[in-house]
Design a protein around this ligand. Sequence first.
Ligand code: URP
Ligand code: ZN
Ligand code: ZN
Ligand code: ZN
Length: 484
Amino acid sequence: MTTTVIKGGTVVTADLTYKADVLIEGGKIVDIGPGLKGDKTLDAEGCYVMPGGIDPHTHLSMPFMGTYSADDFEAGTRGGLAGGTTMVVDFALPNPGESLLSGLQKWDNKAGRACCDYSFHMAITWWSEQVFDEMKAITERGINTFKHFMAYKGSLMVNDEEMFASFKRCRELGAIPLVHAENGDIVASMSAKLLAEGNTGPEGHAYSRPSQVEGEATNRAIMIADMAGVPLYVVHTSCEESHEAIRRAKLAGKRVWGEPLIQHLTLDESEYFDKDWDHSARRVMSPPFRNKQHQDSLWAGLASGTLSCVATDHCAFTTEQKRYGVGDFTKIPNGTGGLEERMPMLWTYGVRTGRITMNEFVAVTSTNIAKILNVYPKKGAVLIGADADLVVWDPEKSKTISAKSQQSSIDYNVFEGKEVTGLPRYTLTRGFVAVNDGAIETREGYGEFVARDPMGPVSKALSTWKALTEPRPIPRAGIPASGV
Ligand code: URP
Ligand code: ZN
Ligand code: ZN
Ligand code: ZN
């Protein structure tokens, strides 16, 4: 078997920074240290050698709001690799009433085109005995995370009773529930009022989803998870109210993680007040972009560790698709891209500004989520035996983000014109060099499904603690426990 050595770089992991070469054979890291030799050499002089990024939140070719998200697994993962991301976790989304297994089959078929490794979260879009039963089969297929939409009333939303039932099932299975935390009833009511009053433009989307709807839903999901005895992962945490609920829960010993998106960290609500309808509609996503105070809260969460992972929620729609919502903002397909931009944007606005360290960058783009998903250290690590999913990061390489040069198939980029410094020189997916000195040489269909076992360390610990502290009868002399 041929070997590849990454030579002359500085290894940066979630907790260490040191000079070393990295030797790769058969898609795995086989040695780390000084003076290594291989059949092929990748020059990492002046670069950082880091675990490839893991994006835990994508929607590739997803049927949504009357259309399909425009980037498929090929384009999406090609963009990811171009930006240093080597694994994506996409949401398998059965229709309400549909079997989870048939939903999963559709995602299996689509993901066959992926250029890098991938995994799935399974969405719970309805509740029944069949769903309860199939959740077990899904965990046996290597999916240990179940997503719940508290928004999108009338389509994907589940109510508290359904969520509580599903969370309890997650606990039994050693799985982790995820929530899209926005109060869907309030959003629906506010949207109807705004439309009736003539607020039909994309700014109405932001008005209909204030930070309170997110804060309320986040807190509710946290309390429901606590009562079900299960950890909780809150996707796309965008505001202080939601962060506050997560922070408070963490300090109280609850096992909760929050996931800000690179869009919410770097783009703000003024985008919705642009005079150009297309400009604003292209940025419509849920939750919407927020003001600077919310952004500061998210950055503080990354620095302090109260927020854990930076994702993209990559769900790209063309301008033509966005125009379905002319005259009614509730019909604008929700979603924005970001797979290619997440790592360079976070490096530029996070590491280069001193808001986070390089090691924190690795933690929030890769290692933390690998641990939460129970795939560490196969993924998210620079260790002997780990998959050679690596990025050789050139901290001085710059570009201006533009739709003209992007991998995504849509006709615009929400980060258009942003200057980024810090880009991959090489991106390796299980040892295969998919970005080669800046050139994109991805292979469609190279990606493999990453199975994830249930009962990761946090699920196991919490389950033990909840079993110890759960309600139990008090034995009393002369009083039988079960009546006479
Ligand atoms: O607006 C968004 N976020 N679109 C994708 C679906 C979701 O809610 O995550
Ligand atoms: Zn969502
Ligand atoms: Zn514009
Ligand atoms: Zn999403």
